[in-house]
Design a protein around this ligand. Structure first.
Ligand SMILES: *Cc1c(COP(=O)(O)O)cnc(C)c1O
Length: 487
């Protein structure tokens, strides 16, 4: 072997065989980690020793990969948020899958650029988008894009709607010379909408928070009045947001009525299905979701009820031309050449904010192929049944109270004790929640329903068994009783 006079370097391993041994071990460790997840606490804090070992000065010099891996294994791997655990139901988090792990390994090896390009990965992303567009009831005019998550998917959908309904070219003119635009959604709409109004230049006051009915759905009469009042005042209503599963309680807004109203008033209908949109897979939700296919755009999250690893959300737009109208951009260095790797415009870059994008679609493709949509549907229905079971446990116990209807995969409830007012109960329930989380038994999260602090279970976990909810309820009662006894 001759040594190169230039001493050129690369980041590839100097010894592939040695590297391979560690890499194989890492794969085995990852699989073991998944297989044994039930035996560990749902969550445990990062210990001080690990924190101290991680807090080093900038590493200018190399460390052998084996040592780096060993530290990651010791100080990082054991202390995640915990959402892979069968008793994690906090916020709305996905569980992840073993096939997703392999997909990510392959995607990382390919390191494909999904701006577009003539490559297998582009074909796969189009294919999976087509499947989901079809499942949501869209036809072949539809387009879509995998994005980082629900927030990005929702903002992308509303942004397409802004360009489509502005009546002028927002992209060239900007908003300054025009009447302020407004968008509408129920008071239960997720907080992404504040970021959205902010980013789109409407200002957060551009969001009209519409009251809800007893089922936590948008009050369509109040919505109609608000739109008419704003129009009369010279404002420019452009978009209504329908919730397919609100984050607080899982309520589904009446899609058909919203679609009728938007047609009548020439507004964009965007559906936020980040939490519950995938319920379209189940016939059980057909009545509630009827009309969702009339929405102009739909956002949903595969890293929530699609059970996949982060990050993967999706935006679908009913009319693909409107979608690219909101994002297409020209540049000499991106001009298509008819043949070769870039025969046409970079189609994914023309549908969203990102130019450089990763191959997250592989994770979705592998999961859908491996398990089949029918299995995903059965798991979604299983989660709903399990939440109904939990709601029954709550309703059947005198020291527990269900705080809102649980129509889907979310249940909000609290511990109650005789003679205690809301303020005292709020303090007790917050303490119960924290002790449950810190014990490692389970991770629910919280919200406020009316003025009551609620323990909130949002269930998008494919590992949970019914007995896990028995344990949750037992633990809540036990902790609640001991807090009351301490006082
Ligand atoms: C989670 C959620 C979002 C935000 O999605 P991310 O993937 O966390 O960005 C938006 N809307 C609803 C209803 C959600 O539950």
């Amino acid at each position: 072997m001759t040594t190169h006079p230039l001493h050129e370097e690369t980041l590839d391993p100097a010894d592939w065989q040695a590297f391979s041994a560690i890499a194989h071990q890492a794969l085995q460790d990852a699989l073991d980690y998944l297989q044994t997840v039930r035996t560990r606490p749902t969550w445990q804090p990062l210990p001080d020793e690990a924190r101290e070992r991680l807090a080093t000065s900038i590493p200018y010099e190399p460390t052998p990969f084996a040592d780096v891996y060993e530290q990651a294994q010791r100080d990082i791997l054991p202390y995640p948020t915990g959402n892979i655990h069968p008793r994690f139901w906090g916020w709305v988090m996905g569980t992840g899958t073993a096939d997703g792990l392999v997909a990510d390994l392959m995607a990382s090896a390919m390191n494909a650029h999904l701006g577009g390009y003539n490559q297998s990965a582009s074909f796969v992303e189009h294919q999976v988008i087509d499947w989901f567009a079809h499942l949501f009831g869209y036809d072949t005019r539809a387009s879509g894009l995998f994005v980082s998550g629900g927030t990005t998917a929702n903002i992308t959908g509303v942004l397409v709607g802004r360009q489509a309904k502005a009546g002028f070219d927002v992209r060239t003119e900007g908003l300054a010379q025009h009447p302020p635009m407004t968008i509408y959604g129920s008071s239960e709409t997720h907080s992404w909408v504040a970021k959205c109004c902010d980013i789109l230049g409407l200002g957060q006051s551009g969001f009209r928070s519409i009251p809800i009915n007893d089922a936590y759905q948008i009050d369509v009469e109040a919505l109609t009045t608000a739109i008419e009042r704003d129009r009369a005042a010279g404002l420019h209503p452009i978009c209504v947001i329908g919730n397919a599963g609100t984050v607080n309680t899982g309520a589904i807004d009446p899609m058909d009525r919203l679609a009728d109203l938007c047609e009548q008033k020439d507004l964009w209908l965007h559906v936020d299905g980040a939490l519950g949109g995938l319920a379209v897979l189940s016939d059980q939700f057909e009545p509630q979701l009827k009309g969702i296919d009339r929405a102009d755009s739909i956002a949903f999250d595969l890293h929530k009820w699609g059970y996949l690893q982060y990050e993967i959300g999706c935006v679908l737009v009913k009319d693909g031309v409107q979608h690219t109208d909101a994002f297409n951009a020209q540049a000499d260095y991106l001009e298509p050449n008819g043949r070769g790797i870039q025969p046409s415009t970079l189609e994914f870059a023309q549908m969203g904010i990102q130019l450089s994008r990763g191959f997250r679609a592989l994770r979705a493709w592998m999961a859908v192929k491996t398990h089949g949509i029918d299995k995903l549907r059965r798991l979604i229905e299983q989660n709903v049944r399990q939440v109904q079971y939990l709601a029954k446990l709550v309703q059947n116990h005198e020291r527990l109270e269900l705080l809102a209807p649980a129509p889907m995969n979310v249940a909000c409830f609290r511990y109650i004790a005789p003679g205690l007012e809301t303020a005292a109960l709020n303090t007790i329930n917050r303490e119960i929640l924290l002790r449950i989380q810190e014990s490692g038994i389970a991770v629910p999260s919280s919200t406020i329903i009316g003025d009551a602090f609620a323990i909130r279970v949002a269930h998008t976990n494919h590992r949970t068994r019914q007995a896990d909810f028995d344990l949750l309820i037992e633990s809540i009662l036990q902790i609640g009783d001991s807090i009351v006894a301490e006082a």
